[in-house]
Design a protein around this ligand. Structure first.
Ligand SMILES: Nc1ncnc2c1ncn2[C@@H]1O[C@H](COP(=O)(O)OP(=O)(O)OP(=O)(O)O)[C@@H](O)[C@H]1O
Length: 589
């Protein structure tokens, strides 16, 4: 009832006219159903008595009631279909808000979070029609009450039949709850099945799957998961079916008793033939009403569970966000960035990825971050850009703890190109422009960023209005390197960042494009250092680029093992020197 109350309130706010029209039409329709039974009974009595006039009247009543029942349901459907669309849109918006709600990204690494979002997506589809189900349920209750009144008028004993109809409804509801619990417990398996399907069918992975002849392997894994899912659901379905059958048996026995009883009344002259027809019709209608009731209650029950998940999720997101942080980003950058004993562990991970990192990056410094695969370079950037919070230690911006700064304020002063940069399949103007939303529709700003990123050739080919990618439109697909240049241009939309980070931004670029990128990076680094004292961090394995930085930081196993200028680190003869010599030798050979 909590669910229906809230959904009706939502429906009322979304479109009260449609809610009232849909509800009104269904209510009228609900009167029509028992009227058909009453009319049929009276018709039989009129025919047996030879009263042609009465028979005609009741025949018309039955015909009108039958037509009305069908038509009203049809018109009601038009109203609540529109309402369902609005409801779905509202919950989708809510879901997007909640998924993006937590200020940090830590939740998105939690598999349980993905499970929940998956379930919520399914819930939206359930919730969209719940107002309709609620209205139909209401109409059904009115029908059953009217049926009870009419049956009671024939014989008070017949009132037992509506009660017998409640048994299957209750048992069906219990069965549905059990089924739902099993479905939820199977969520990781269904997620796995969906993932394998995507892996086998997505254009990105299909090439490798095909070359490796891996389709069979993936199909086998999928079959194993489907098997596990099928076994769990089949057992639950059996229990569900047994409970429902038990309920229907109770009603069936009640039905037989009611028919025998009214037959007995008629045989002993205490009821007319019309009363027998009336009772049999009502009892039959009650049977189908009961089935609809079980279905509708099941749907409402599922929607209630979904709505509860939404409410709990909302509470948790709000709680996780903690009190709103309103601190300003310090205006000047003399001290720059400091990391003090920064430790970080991914949610659910067994160990720390970063250990007690101490770093001071004065304002205006250009930094190259070096280290083997898995050393923690990207993780450090995620912490610095405020996407994750350190699990220990603190990050200071101009002496202000990042924890006290409003996340949105800090993000608005950072610009980043991540290793797994997004391929934003919008028009080139928007794909780049969303790097700074205030200028998203400014062709001048986008053209300038594109030029600095060295992606002018892409604009010439596609045009600013040309859609990138083939995801949903007949757009222009780009090569990996071109996508990366577009991502770089997006990053450069922010012209005054206090922190600019590029994580292996040249991984997909050809030698010429890489050189252009390095030049653009250096120019930007110098510019932001001079104008706002911005710190720039470049992650790369290319030592010729690394040497250009003011400061080189070497990470190993999540620890800073060396830092300093190129010449000092070479002279120190440590890890950096070894890496340098290795690459230099490779080039010399
Ligand atoms: N979302 C995540 N959840 C759990 N562990 C993660 C996650 N992302 C990274 N890790 C782990 O953290 C460690 C550091 O990863 P990170 O991506 O920071 O390394 P990296 O130095 O950038 O490596 P590369 O040079 O390969 O890009 C790795 O062991 C990785 O498995």
């Amino acid at each position: 009832m909590f669910c229906l109350g809230r959904l009706f309130a939502i429906g009322w706010r979304l479109d009260r006219r449609r809610l009232l029209v849909g509800g009104g039409l269904l209510l009228l329709g609900s009167v029509a159903t028992p009227l058909v039974a009453v009319g049929a009974g009276r018709l039989v009595d009129a025919v047996t008595a030879g009263a042609v006039g009465d028979a005609t009247t009741w025949a018309v009543v039955v015909a009108v009631a039958l037509t009305g029942e069908l038509m009203l349901g049809h018109f009601a459907h038009l109203s609540y279909f529109e309402l369902a669309e609005l409801t779905e849109e509202r919950f989708n918006r809510d879901l997007l808000r909640l998924v993006n709600g937590p200020e940090e990204l830590a939740h998105s690494d939690d598999p349980a979070f993905a499970d929940r979002v998956d379930l919520l997506r399914q819930d939206v589809m359930q919730l969209r029609s719940t107002v309709q189900f609620g209205l139909q349920l209401g109409a059904l209750v009115v029908q059953v009450l009217l049926t009870a009144v009419v049956l009671g008028a024939v014989s008070p004993w017949l009132l037992a039949l509506p009660f017998a109809a409640v048994v299957p409804v209750v048992l069906g509801r219990r069965a549905e709850a059990g089924l739902q619990a099993v479905r939820e417990a199977q969520s990781p398996t269904t997620r796995g099945i969906r993932y394998l399907r995507r892996l086998a069918a997505s254009p990105a992975s299909q090439k490798e799957v095909r070359l490796a002849g891996g389709a069979g392997f993936l199909l086998d894994r999928q079959a194993a998961l489907l098997d596990a899912y099928g076994t769990a659901m089949a057992a639950a379905d059996r229990r569900h079916a047994l409970l429902r059958a038990a309920g229907q048996l109770v009603f069936g026995l009640g039905y037989v008793a009611a028919v025998l009883w009214v037959y007995e009344l008629a045989r002993t002259g205490r009821a007319s033939a019309g009363a027998v027809v009336l009772t049999v019709t009502l009892a039959t209608q009650l049977g189908s009403q009961m089935s609809s009731g079980v279905e509708l209650l099941g749907s409402v029950h599922r929607a209630a569970a979904g709505l509860r998940r939404f409410v709990t999720f909302d509470d948790e997101v709000t709680r996780a966000a903690g009190p709103a942080r309103t601190g300003e980003v310090p205006a000047t950058t003399g001290d720059g960035l400091r990391l003090e004993g920064v430790t970080f562990r991914y949610p659910g991970a067994d160990g720390d990825t970063l250990h007690e990192v101490d770093l001071h990056l004065p304002a205006g410094t250009s930094v190259a971050l070096v280290g083997e695969n898995g050393a923690g370079k990207s993780t450090l950037l995620k912490l610095l850009t405020g996407l994750y919070r350190p699990t220990g230690g603190r990050i200071l911006v101009e002496g202000v703890d990042l924890r006290d700064v409003a996340p949105a304020a800090w993000r608005s002063r950072t610009a980043a190109l991540f290793q797994d940069f997004a391929r934003v399949e919008l028009s080139l103007q928007h794909s780049v422009g969303i790097g700074r939303l205030t200028d998203v529709d400014e062709p001048g700003a986008v053209t300038a960023a594109v030029a600095r990123a060295g992606a002018t050739a892409t604009v010439e080919r596609v045009g600013l209005d040309g859609v990138l990618g083939l995801g949903y439109a007949d757009g222009e697909d780009l090569s990996g390197g071109q996508w990366q240049s577009v991502g770089f241009a997006r990053t450069l939309m922010r012209t005054d960042p206090l922190l600019l980070t590029l994580d292996e931004p040249a991984a997909a670029l050809d030698a010429l494009a890489e050189q252009r990128l390095v030049d653009a990076y250096q120019a930007t680094a110098a510019e932001v250092a001079a104008t706002v004292g911005g710190v720039t961090i470049f992650v790369t394995h290319r030592m010729s680029t690394v040497r250009l930085a003011d400061r080189i930081v070497v990470l190993d196993g999540g620890r800073v093992v060396e830092q300093g200028a190129h010449a000092d680190l070479l002279a120190a003869g440590g890890r950096y020197s070894a890496l340098w010599t290795l690459q230099a030798r490779a080039y010399a050979d």
